[in-house]
Write a protein that binds this ligand. Structure first.
Ligand SMILES: [Zn+2]
Length: 188
């Protein structure tokens, strides 16, 4: 499984500080719910953008001693299966940039961000079935833009929205993935 954890680090800081080594195991296994059962397993590599650069970052994995499911802990500046970082995606989606650097990043990754938006639009009907009005009142058939605005108004940013989508609803903006679903528990 995969969980997304809150971090104040930028992708660059996480990369330079090797912060994957400091990631603590979640208190409870997201699969079986038991406490203090996760032990260090390994790391895997994935891409994450930092302004115009692409970094290869390490992601911490743990293994649950009880249900034997592995749990990876993705920092929330990253999106599941998407290389462009959460803040750059959000700035692109909203059409608002906070700095010159951010505006350069949105321009640089524009093609990828436009693809992400189409992916989000395709997932929207399924997403709405899953979350309903959990993030606030919606029109009867909200557009991608309307749901995006409601989600951001409620959660503050895409990192927080994604943490909630994954943790509470086992989905994210771009699809519902196997890594966010619980596995059937084997008989002990
Ligand atoms: Zn478990």
């Amino acid at each position: 499984m995969q969980i997304i954890f809150k971090t104040s680090l930028t992708p660059q800081q996480y990369f330079e500080q090797n912060s994957q080594k400091q990631v603590k195991p979640p208190e409870n296994c997201p699969n079986c719910g038991r406490a203090h059962t996760l032990e260090a397993l390994a790391y895997y590599e994935r891409y994450a953008t930092s302004v115009l650069a692409v970094l290869l970052i390490w992601v911490r994995r743990f293994l649950c001693r009880r249900c034997r499911v592995s749990v990876s802990c993705l920092p929330d500046f990253a999106q599941p299966y998407r290389a462009v970082n959460s803040a750059t995606i959000a700035a692109g989606f909203s059409g608002q940039t906070q700095s010159r650097e951010e505006s350069r990043a949105v321009h640089h990754w524009g093609t990828a961000i436009a693809g992400y938006w189409r992916r989000y639009q395709r997932h929207l009907p399924a997403l709405l079935c899953i979350v309903g009005n959990a993030f606030g009142a919606l029109p009867l058939q909200p557009t991608a833009r309307e749901f995006w605005n409601v989600l951001l108004a409620r959660c503050g940013d895409l990192a927080s929205a994604t943490r909630q989508l994954v943790q509470r609803f086992h989905t994210c903006l771009f699809g519902t993935y196997r890594c966010h679903q619980r596995r059937p528990l084997r008989a002990a």
